[in-house]
Design a protein around this ligand. Structure first.
Ligand SMILES: *[C@@H]1O[C@H](CO)[C@@H](O)[C@H](O)[C@H]1NC(C)=O
Ligand SMILES: *[C@@H]1O[C@H](CO)[C@@H](O)[C@H](O)[C@H]1NC(C)=O
Ligand SMILES: *[C@@H]1O[C@H](CO)[C@@H](O)[C@H](O)[C@H]1NC(C)=O
Ligand SMILES: *[C@@H]1O[C@H](CO)[C@@H](O)[C@H](O)[C@H]1NC(C)=O
Ligand SMILES: *[C@@H]1O[C@H](CO)[C@@H](O)[C@H](O)[C@H]1NC(C)=O
Ligand SMILES: *[C@@H]1O[C@H](CO)[C@@H](O)[C@H](O)[C@H]1NC(C)=O
Length: 518
C-alpha cells in the first residue's frame, strides 16, 4: 500500500514543498499514481523505482505526513497528516484538513470519523482538533499537551475546515466568498470526502462516521444525503457511511434556539425578561429579524435586557465556564496551597474547560512554524487564522432551513442518528434538542427502545438519554439516540472530555450508553 512508504520518502526529501510539486502534477495524476502503485504492488517485483516515484508524487502534493508539530511531546505513537484537497479546480477551491491516525497498533482497522464545526464559518481545526477532541491541546508556554481523552483512541480522526474561507481553507475565486450557502458546502464536502479517500486508499472501506456540532446540524445531514445518493451511482466505490452524530445542533430555527425558559430556569434572566420574550420577541424572531431586515425596536429592547442580565462575564455557550481573566493569569483557576493536588483532581472530575485555552490556540495556529509544520497557508492567505472570522459571507437565509425533515429521511433510509447536548449551553439548549428528538420519533412512529434514564461515565452520571428505533428483519434497531452531557458546554468535549469519549465510543459501536455496573 502507499502509506508506509510516504513517511520514509518525506524524511528523505524534506526540501520539496507542496507548491513546487503542484506545478509538476495535478491531484488527479497523483491519485492515478497511487492507483497504479497499488496495481504494481499486486503484481509484485515490478520496477521499484517507478513505484517510489509515483509515491513521491502523491505524497508531495497537497498535504502530507506531519513530521512533528512545534511543541509536540516526543513519544507520540500515531501519525498525523495535513494539507489541502482541491474541491474545485476551475475556481481554485481547496479545503484544509488535519488527519490524526488512531492511537492503536492496528489503526487502519478502526473507523474513520470526519469532524465538522459549525458557525457557519468556524474552524474544525481550531475548535474540534485543538480545543475539543484532538490529540493535543496548547499549554501555557505554547507547548502541546497530550489530551488523554482524545477521540483518536477510538477512531481515525479527520478534521476539515469547511467551507472555503474558514481557517486555512480558501478559494482563488473571490466571488466564491460572497453568497456561499449550504448547497455549496455540502457539495464541496462530498467532493472532499471522495478525493480524500482516493488519496488515502487505506481507509476506503473503513466504517465512516460524520460528527459535528452546532451549525454542523446543517452540514452533516446535508452531506450525508449526498453520500447516500452518491453511493447509488454506478461504477463508484461506495462510501461506507455508518451513522452520524451532531452535538447541540441547529436543526430548526423555530425550536433549536429558543433559550428563554432555559436561561430563566438557570437564574440567568428575570421573570420580567422571560415574560417579554414570551410576549414581545423570542430568540427565533430575533434571529429571523437579524437575517432579513435588522432588528425591530421591540426585539432590540428585549435582547438588550437579556444581554445585560446574563452579563458579558458569562458565556452563552456554557453558563458554568469561568471567565478567562488573562492568558498568563490562567494560573488563577489553578488551585493552590496545601490541598492543591486533591482540588485539581476534583476539578478534573468536574471537567470545567480552561477558559483561556482558546486564546492560546489562536496564538499557536498563527505561528509561522506551526503553519509550516501543518502544510497550511501555503499560498500566503491574507489576514490571520481565526476561529470564525474568515472572509466568507454566508447566505444567512440558510439558517432558516428546517433540517428536521432531512434528518427524518436519513433515518428512513436506515442511517442511525445520535443527537447529544451539553446541558450548560444556552445557544442550543438541551430542552430544544429533546423536543426535536421526540418530534422526529413521533413523526416516524419509532418506539422507545431505552426509556429516558441516566447514562454513566465510569461511576458518575454522564447525563440522561433516550433511544428510539424500530423493527428491521425481526430485530429492534436503534435509529435515534438523544443524550445530554452533564455539565457540558456547547462544545461538549471541551468541558467534558471523559464523558464525550464514552459517548463517542457508544456511538461508534452502536451500543447502548453505559449503565452503572452492579
Ligand atoms: C510520554 O511522555 C510523557 C512525559 O515524559 C509521559 O508522562 C507519558 O507517560 C509518556 N507516554 C507514553 C505513551 O510513553
Ligand atoms: C488488525 O485488524 C485486522 C482487521 O480487523 C485483523 O484481522 C488483524 O488481526 C489485526 N491485527 C492485529 C495485529 O491486531
Ligand atoms: C445556493 O445557491 C445556489 C446558486 O448559487 C442555488 O442554486 C441553491 O439553491 C442555493 N442553496 C440554498 C440552500 O440556498
Ligand atoms: C416565537 O415568536 C414567534 C413570532 O412572534 C411566534 O410565532 C412563535 O410562536 C414564538 N415561539 C414560541 C415557542 O413561543
Ligand atoms: C499566511 O502567511 C502569511 C505570511 O507568509 C501571513 O502574513 C498570513 O497572516 C497568514 N495567513 C493566515 C490565514 O494565517
Ligand atoms: C422491540 O422493542 C419493543 C419496545 O421495547 C419491545 O416491546 C419488543 O418486544 C422488541 N422486539 C424484539 C423482537 O426484540
Amino acid at each position: 500500500m502507499c502509506r508506509p512508504l510516504w513517511s520514509s520518502w518525506r524524511a528523505l526529501l524534506p526540501g520539496v514543498t507542496a507548491e513546487v510539486m503542484l506545478e509538476v502534477t495535478s491531484l488527479a495524476e497523483a491519485v492515478a499514481a497511487c492507483r497504479s502503485e497499488m496495481r504494481w504492488e499486486e503484481q509484485e517485483n515490478r520496477f521499484l523505482g517507478t513505484i517510489l516515484f509515483f509515491v513521491f508524487l502523491l505524497q508531495s502534493c497537497n498535504g502530507e505526513l506531519i513530521k512533528t508539530l512545534p511543541g509536540q511531546p516526543t513519544n507520540v505513537s500515531f501519525q498525523q497528516h495535513s494539507g489541502y484537497i482541491v474541491t474545485n479546480e476551475g475556481h481554485g477551491r481547496s479545503l484544509f484538513y488535519y488527519f490524526v491516525e488512531a492511537d492503536s497498533v492496528n489503526h487502519s482497522s478502526l473507523p474513520l470519523t470526519l469532524w465538522l464545526n459549525g458557525g457557519p464559518g468556524c474552524s474544525s481545526v481550531g475548535f474540534g482538533a485543538f480545543m475539543e477532541n484532538g490529540p493535543f491541546q496548547v499549554g501555557e508556554n505554547g507547548e502541546l499537551v497530550k489530551n488523554q481523552y482524545s477521540w483518536n483512541l477510538e477512531s481515525n480522526m479527520l478534521y476539515v475546515e469547511s467551507p472555503i474561507g474558514v481557517g486555512f481553507s480558501y478559494s482563488e475565486t473571490d466571488e466564491d466568498y460572497i453568497d456561499w450557502n449550504d448547497t455549496n458546502t455540502a457539495y464541496d464536502n462530498l467532493v472532499f470526502i471522495t478525493k480524500w479517500l482516493e488519496k488515502f486508499p487505506l481507509y476506503k472501506d473503513s466504517e465512516f462516521f460524520l460528527v459535528g456540532e452546532s451549525y454542523a446540524g446543517h452540514y452533516i445531514p446535508q452531506v450525508a444525503e449526498l453520500i447516500l445518493n452518491y453511493n447509488k451511482s454506478p461504477g463508484i466505490a461506495p462510501i461506507n457511511l455508518k451513522a452520524i452524530a451532531i452535538g447541540n445542533p441547529l436543526l430548526d430555527i423555530d425550536i433549536s434556539v429558543l433559550a428563554g425558559e432555559y436561561l430563566w430556569s438557570h437564574g440567568a434572566i428575570s421573570d420580567k425578561t422571560l415574560m417579554l420574550e414570551k410576549t414581545v420577541c423570542n430568540d427565533s424572531k430575533y434571529l429571523r429579524e437579524y437575517i432579513h431586515s435588522g432588528w425591530s425596536q421591540g426585539c432590540n429592547d428585549v435582547f438588550n435586557r437579556v444581554d445585560n442580565e446574563v452579563s458579558e462575564d458569562v458565556a452563552f455557550d456554557d453558563l458554568l465556564l469561568p471567565k478567562c481573566l488573562s492568558t498568563p493569569s490562567a494560573q488563577q483557576f489553578k488551585p493552590r496551597g496545601l490541598h492543591a493536588k486533591a482540588h485539581s483532581s476534583i476539578d478534573r472530575v468536574r471537567s470545567t474547560g480552561d477558559p483561556c485555552l482558546q486564546s492560546r490556540i489562536l496564538t499557536y495556529l498563527n505561528r509561522r512554524d506551526v503553519q509550516k509544520a501543518l502544510y497550511a497557508n501555503t499560498t500566503n492567505l491574507p489576514g490571520h487564522w481565526d476561529f470564525c472570522l474568515g472572509p466568507l459571507v454566508y447566505q444567512e437565509e440558510n439558517l432558516e432551513i428546517n433540517i428536521i425533515p432531512l434528518v427524518s429521511d436519513l433515518i428512513k433510509a436506515g442511517l442511525p442518528i445520535f443527537l447529544y447536548s451539553g446541558d450548560q449551553d444556552s445557544k442550543i439548549p438541551l430542552t430544544q434538542t429533546r423536543i426535536i428528538a421526540n418530534n422526529i420519533a413521533k413523526g416516524l412512529k419509532l418506539t422507545t427502545l431505552s426509556k429516558y434514564r441516566t447514562w454513566y461515565n465510569e461511576k458518575q452520571v454522564g447525563g440522561w438519554s433516550q433511544s428510539f428505533g424500530g423493527l428491521k428483519d425481526g430485530k429492534n434497531i436503534t435509529y435515534l439516540t438523544y443524550a445530554t452531557v452533564r455539565g457540558a458546554a456547547h462544545e461538549v468535549p471541551f468541558t467534558s472530555p471523559s464523558q464525550a469519549l464514552t459517548l463517542f465510543h457508544s456511538f461508534l459501536n452502536g451500543s447502548p450508553l453505559p449503565r452503572p455496573k452492579s
